[in-house]
Design a protein around this ligand. Sequence first.
Ligand code: MN
Length: 250
Amino acid sequence: MTTILVTNDDGVNAPGLKALYTALKELGKVIVVAPEREQSASSHSLTMHRPLRPISMGGDIYAVNGTPTDCVTIAVGKIIEETPSLVVSGVNNGGNLGDDVTYSGTVSAAIEGTILGIPSLAVSVAGEGNFNFETASFYASRVSERILKKGLPKGVLLNMNVPNVEYDKICGVKFTVQGKRVYDGSISETFDPWGRKHYWIGGGTPVWEAGDNTDFHAVERGFVSITPVRLDLTDYGALNYLKTEWRDFL
Ligand code: MN
C-alpha cells in the first residue's frame, strides 16, 4: 500500500494543505502531520526543549505543536508505523524561490524526508493575493505519481513552484536552477510606545538576478518550475580550489 506523508509550514488548517490532501488521495493512503499553527520561515528548526504532542483532527490528520521538521520526524516511525513512500510538503501560500529556499519551512520538511531516505517534494504557489491551490495540487499529484514510479536520486529533493494561475494558463514545466535574489532591504524601522526602535523583517517585492534557467525566470513566464535540491551543501569546485590554491595553508 502506498502511503504518502503530507505536511506544510502554514499550519494544519491551511487551504493549500487541504487542496494537496484531496489531490494526493487518488495516489494512495494520505496521512497529514502538520504544525498546529503557522511556521513559515521556520527553516529546518527542530524543537528540543519541550515535548511535542500530536492531536488527532479526525481521519488521518494530526496537528503537532512544533515545526515542519518536527512533524516529519515524529510522523515517520511514531505516528505512521510503516515508512511512507513519499513526503509532500505544501502547498505553500507563496513562492519558495532562489535564496528564500534556505528560510523555508516548506522545503525543510522535504529536506527532513530526504534525510530519512524518503523521496520528498516541496510545492509552493508563486504569486500573491488569492492563491490558486488547485493548479499547484494538480501538478503536485502528477509529479508525485512519477516519483512513486521512478524514485529520485539519493539525497535530492524536488522544489516545485507553480504560478498562481488557472490550470489552462500554465505554459508548461521547466527544470530549473535555484535563482538569486537581489537584496532589497525589506526591513521596516518602527518605534514602540516608549520610543524604542524596532526592526520588522518582511514585505517588499523581491527582485531577482537575471538568469534564463532559474526558478524565478520560469514562474515569471508562466511555467511550473522544478528544481532538484541536494542536501550535500559541499561545493566540489571550491573544494578543488582550496586543495590547489590554498595548498600552502595545510
Ligand atoms: Mn508558509
